[in-house]
Design a protein around this ligand. Structure first.
Ligand SMILES: [Zn+2]
Length: 88
């Protein structure tokens, strides 16, 4: 696989009101997968894992986040990320 954006760059571009990461890399921001007003989404800026305690969205990396965000297949989501297309 070619170069993917770092989880930090990816989540900074796609998660609004993203807070600072704690010591284990987790930060909280607004979830783009439901109508979120109080930040419910935890993202890990090191591993790319994410989990929303409000709507249940979760995954293990930026590709699965991108698939969910865009509706693309794994292959197409990975291809966009490799091209550096990831800010929505
Ligand atoms: Zn959510």
């Amino acid at each position: 696989m070619k170069h993917l954006p770092s989880p930090e760059d990816y989540f900074t571009a796609n998660v609004q009101r993203l807070g600072r990461a704690n010591q284990t890399g987790w930060a909280i921001g607004l979830c783009p997968f439901h109508d979120d007003h109080n930040p419910s989404l935890s993202v890990n800026l090191e591993s790319g894992a994410f989990a929303c305690h409000a709507c249940g969205a979760k995954g293990s990396g930026v590709i699965s986040f991108h698939m969910r965000l865009t509706g693309l297949s794994y292959r197409d989501a990975a291809r966009e990320l490799e091209k550096g297309i990831y800010a929505y």
